[in-house]
Design a protein around this ligand. Structure first.
Ligand code: HEC
Ligand code: HEC
Ligand code: HEC
Ligand code: HEC
Ligand code: HEC
Length: 376
């Protein structure tokens, strides 16, 4: 252990105060901080996310100002409380900070959008660790043995840890922002159809923050830590493919592909997201691409397609909920090979156009989630 290191660190911490706290965490949790820095959560603000920014700029504004702060930058108090948006350090470095997430006490259910109730404490954090559940609040402790020759430390010298909040075990901590969001016309645009059930084997956290190699803290060596880059479209996309299965079955007039979604929410639910299944048939050495299947939602008003913030209805919904069966009227022969690739585009081509993001074609790149090959 290196107790000497702690003193300059704590001094910096108090200098920075409540403004930029995540940088303090970096000193003892550098791997987690690095992942977080590259995550959709650190990039959720108008200043870091071109999609969010384009959408906010095009939207008609109300007196309430920037209402997106609740979920996109709750750590910026001015934005959260007054709807005032300024290009500041919090917007850029930690719109959803380490402290914010780790102090969500519980989530208040609400029709238009849920509300995160935080403790307001800056030095006491909730987390999940099955072996310590029910052990109360952990304080920093030092133990000396062998007449002071051996010194060992336990827990954090910077903060207390509370292992007892059930919401960090079942994934409910994510639901203040990820359950639903009303667009102001009684229409939900985030809709993932997410449901947390005690019977679920996996949770939001086990699927999107899996344990990956590397220590969670410098003062103590652990083999793994919870991935804070957040598996999704930005990072670790292919790792999520294991929660999706394909099933191919021959029919008299062709074949069926069934996509089975093991997540507890619909896939590709966000506005302008697009899932795509590409199917290639190889016969006698020749490859043919069959028409791709597209999974998306199209929003409307009075029967006509509209921008998401004006929508009052869904015109088309081809999302993958529990299972999705697709029929291909192509008869399979002995020796045929079928290749299936399911992937996602963060913004569809139509979305790029609607949001005036045509010069950001990288946002529309196809990111594979799952591959599979079948021989007949
Ligand atoms: C001086 C070093 C230090 C600083 C600074 C620090 N931590 Fe920690 N943190 C630790 C140590 C040590 C542990 C205990 C690990 C253990 O014993 O399991 C810990 C544990 C945690 C845990 C619980 C991990 C677990 O599974 O037990 C969380 C959550 C956490 N820290 C969050 C933060 C956040 C957020 C910040 C910034 C506001 C921060 N830490 C700043 C040293 C630090
Ligand atoms: C109740 C919480 C909540 C509120 C309020 C909210 N959002 Fe979101 N927003 C989310 C979540 C959660 C996601 C990520 C969903 C996903 O990836 O499926 C998201 C994603 C987005 C995206 C897609 C970003 C991308 O990378 O493709 C845009 C654009 C967006 N929001 C715009 C807005 C705007 C503009 C506002 C304010 C008018 C707003 N949101 C208010 C929760 C919210
Ligand atoms: C304070 C609100 C908030 C909380 C709490 C929150 N998120 Fe998010 N999350 C967001 C927003 C906003 C976005 C979209 C950011 C953007 O693209 O602009 C997002 C994006 C995501 C994405 C999409 C990432 C990608 O690359 O496609 C995943 C997955 C996700 N969050 C999972 C989680 C999980 C798991 C938890 C709980 C441990 C959680 N979130 C807690 C607000 C939140
Ligand atoms: C069994 C694993 C699993 C569980 C449990 C799970 N997810 Fe997912 N999640 C996935 C997969 C697979 C995808 C699709 C990958 C993608 O769109 O990038 C996904 C996608 C997402 C996305 C991005 C959607 C988009 O198109 O932008 C968000 C946000 C998200 N999940 C949040 C959550 C939240 C919140 C929970 C808890 C209620 C949760 N997930 C539970 C597997 C899971
Ligand atoms: C979106 C919410 C969210 C954000 C932002 C976030 N965390 Fe976490 N963090 C969690 C959750 C949920 C867990 C519990 C994961 C688990 O089940 O092991 C966790 C676990 C941890 C752990 C324990 C790791 C382990 O494997 O047990 C540490 C340490 C930690 N976080 C530190 C941080 C630091 C430092 C930051 C900022 C750089 C941060 N967190 C940002 C939600 C978040």
């Amino acid at each position: 252990m290196k107790p000497i290191l702690l003193f300059p660190l704590l001094a910096t911490a108090s200098l920075i105060g409540a403004s930029a706290t995540s940088i303090v965490c970096k000193q003892c949790h550098p791997t987690i901080y690095g992942e977080y820095y590259d995550s959709a959560h650190r990039k959720a603000s108008v200043f870091n996310d071109p999609v969010h920014s384009a959408w906010w700029k095009l939207m008609p504004k109300s007196k309430q100002g920037y209402t997106c702060a609740k979920c996109h930058s709750p750590s910026d108090k001015e934005a959260l409380k007054k709807g005032v948006l300024t290009e500041n350090g919090i917007q850029k470095e930690e719109p959803i900070s380490c402290v914010y997430c780790h102090t969500i006490d519980y989530v208040q259910q609400n029709d238009t959008a849920n509300i995160n109730i935080t403790t307001g404490k800056t030095r006491e954090f909730f987390t999940a660790e099955a072996s310590k559940k029910g052990s109360g609040i952990a304080h920093f402790q030092t133990h000396t043995s062998w007449f002071g020759l051996n010194r060992s430390v336990e827990n954090s010298p910077y903060h207390k840890i509370n292992y007892d909040n059930e919401n960090y075990y079942n994934g409910n901590v994510c639901m203040g922002c990820h359950a639903q969001s009303d667009n102001g016309h009684g229409f939900d645009i985030v809709m993932l159809d997410a449901l947390i059930d005690k019977k679920d084997k996996e949770t939001c956290i086990s699927c999107h923050m899996p344990q990956v190699p590397g220590t969670k803290v410098t003062l103590k060596e652990t083999k793994t830590h919870a991935y804070h880059g957040i598996a999704g479209i930005h990072n670790m996309t292919e790792a999520l493919g294991k929660y999706i299965d394909f099933n191919v079955s021959k029919r008299a007039d062709g074949f069926d592909i069934t996509i089975i979604n093991h997540a507890n929410h619909a896939l590709f639910g966000q506005a302008y997201r697009e899932g795509v299944l590409k199917v290639t048939l190889k016969r006698d050495g020749k490859e043919t691409a069959l028409p791709p299947a597209v999974f998306t939602r199209i929003f409307g008003k009075e029967g006509k397609e509209t921008l998401p913030w004006e929508a009052t209805q869904t015109l088309k919904d081809s999302l993958i909920y529990g299972k999705k069966r697709l029929h291909y009227p192509v008869r399979l022969q002995k020796g045929d090979t079928l290749t299936l690739v399911l992937g996602v585009r963060r913004v569809s081509q139509a979305g790029l156009k609607a949001l005036h993001l045509q010069n950001h074609s990288e946002l529309s790149r196809f990111k594979p989630l799952k591959y599979e090959t079948y021989r007949f």
